[in-house]
Design a protein around this ligand. Structure first.
Ligand SMILES: [Zn+2]
Ligand SMILES: [Zn+2]
Length: 503
């Protein structure tokens, strides 16, 4: 069993200000209410930007010294009653080792964590069971987090389990820049890989390490996806999950990177995985031949550190927007658009990034990235949705396949590739959207510095659904849900209705 934590940067910043302020020479204690999601082999703890944070004034402590802190029992009980009444299932207690650069739990921490956990298991949980009017009965995950100046350590504590401590192996701070604080005492730096000699001056060893430990889910293994995958693998991303339900056809070969005649008829995600593995034997890559809306795809996506998409329809983008906010995953999207009317073509490349807790989302941004209402309306209507999917490509004219060419896919993939590296390395403020038009020569890069559009307070997607994890069901398209139901009755083949998530 592994433990991963995703915490929104604004929460981490407030915790750091409270616990690690310059000139502070006493340990402090705080609590955060969060949500834990249990997956096969993994527990994910999600702390969104709006997670309730309980910071205390000095007079709330009975004792507060350089290395020891204790909260007044009344204050602790008040906090616990509030937590009981909420629907959060993960209680995080945070303390600090302000005197350390990087740190690890001490034997005093072990004792304190076990005492607190016994109280939770023996008194708090039974109290919830006996008095369900106080708050929803649920299993409580007790997470202990210690902050040092540059590092952290976190673990789940459970005195009921054989394994009383489960230490976190991944700790991601989701902000304007992707951050992975050192967990525990810093070990030996990883061995330098000669493959990256020519990029070491701008991708420093710690960032190269971060890329190596990054798990990226790629949705859509079409023309765009085939280029994106190779680009990510070449710059050092260590683990990739490829999702697509389509097979390679002859008409894909004008733009499918690495595609050969002998591969025609094979699933795109599998061919791509095999090609990548041949190029980089050390790369950890898995392929899923499935619609984006299948539950197995959801399992894949939820475990990823970053979701990258090269899909051909806006419905998929809205679904990914919601999924990534719900599970706190940064979402990077590349798209292309070729228009051939009235007499000469134009080639447009688009990019956008949605970072939970930092940027506005696809449903509330003021930039009209995609035709929001039209898309949402179209997919509420089962017949239209089916026609659009069966056409293979989703355009305003469902009967016509969208025109496309390799060069424009390269253009769009390169926009995303650069922005993903920038997000990891933090060279300059991240871009939330880029629009390029070949004919008019427009290149518009909206960065967070120019257009710092935060999550909209009244947007349910980036507000209410932020970090709720499994507490809410993902809204699958009605047509897909209907097809899945009919498939159970043996009336209709789900395959013909599944979203064609590739270019
Ligand atoms: Zn401690
Ligand atoms: Zn929003």
């Amino acid at each position: 069993m592994k433990l991963s934590i995703r915490i929104a940067a604004p929460v981490m910043e407030r915790l750091r200000r409270y616990h690690l302020a310059a000139g502070k020479h006493a340990e402090a204690l705080s609590y955060v209410w969060a949500r834990a999601v249990e997956r096969k082999g993994e527990i994910l703890v999600l702390v969104p930007h709006n997670a309730p944070l309980k910071l205390f004034a000095p007079d709330c402590f009975v004792r507060q010294t350089a290395g020891n802190v204790q909260l007044c029992p009344d204050v602790l009980n008040g906090m616990l009653i509030g937590f009981a009444a909420s629907d959060f299932n993960c209680l995080i207690n945070v303390h600090d080792h302000w005197f350390d650069e990087t740190t690890t739990f001490s034997s005093t921490d072990d004792r304190d964590d076990l005492v607190f956990d016994r109280y939770l298991r023996r008194s708090f949980e039974p109290m919830l069971l006996q008095h369900p009017h106080i708050g929803p009965v649920r299993r409580i995950h007790n997470l202990s987090l210690v902050l040092a100046q540059k590092g952290v350590e976190a673990r789940l504590v459970n005195t009921r389990s054989k394994r009383r401590f489960l230490k976190a192996t991944k700790f991601s701070v989701i902000g304007e820049q992707f951050e992975r604080p050192v967990i525990g005492i810093r070990g030996n730096a990883s061995v330098a890989d000669d493959m990256f000699t020519r990029q070491k001056d701008f991708i420093t060893p710690d960032k190269q390490d971060m890329l190596a430990n990054l798990s990226v889910a790629l949705v859509g293994c079409g023309g765009l996806g085939s280029i994106l995958a190779e680009s990510l693998a070449r710059c050092g991303v260590g683990s990739m999950l490829l999702i697509d339900d389509d097979e390679l056809s002859l008409s894909n070969l004008n733009r499918w990177q690495g595609g050969c005649h002998k591969d025609i008829g094979q699933p795109k995600s599998k061919i791509l995985a095999a090609n990548l593995k041949r190029m980089f034997p050390a790369l950890c890559v898995s392929a899923l031949v499935s619609s984006l809306y299948a539950t197995e795809a959801e399992q894949f996506l939820v475990g990823a550190d970053i979701v990258v998409a090269g899909v051909d329809n806006d419905e998929a983008r809205y679904f990914l927007n919601r999924l990534c906010l719900q599970y706190q995953i940064p979402y990077f999207d590349a798209g292309v658009d070729v228009t051939i009317e009235p007499d000469s073509p134009d080639f447009r490349a688009r990019f956008f990034a949605i970072v939970p807790g930092v940027t506005a989302c696809l449903e509330c941004t003021q930039i009209e990235l995609y035709q929001r209402q039209k898309t949402l309306d179209a997919y509420q209507d089962v017949v239209t949705a089916e026609a659009r999917r069966n056409a293979g490509y989703v355009t305003e004219q469902p009967e016509i396949s969208a025109p496309n060419v390799y060069a424009i896919n390269q253009r769009s993939a390169s926009l995303l590739g650069m922005e993903l590296l920038n997000y990891i390395c933090g060279w300059q403020p991240m871009a939330t959207s880029i629009l390029e038009s070949w004919k008019s020569g427009i290149h518009e890069r909206l960065s967070r510095k120019v257009f710092p559009e935060p999550p909209h307070p009244s947007c349910p997607i980036c507000g209410y659904y932020a970090g709720v994890g499994d507490a809410e069901k993902l809204p699958r398209p009605r047509a897909f849900a209907l097809a899945a139901l009919q498939h159970l009755d043996g009336c209709i083949d789900v395959g013909s209705l599944s979203a064609n998530a590739s270019l």
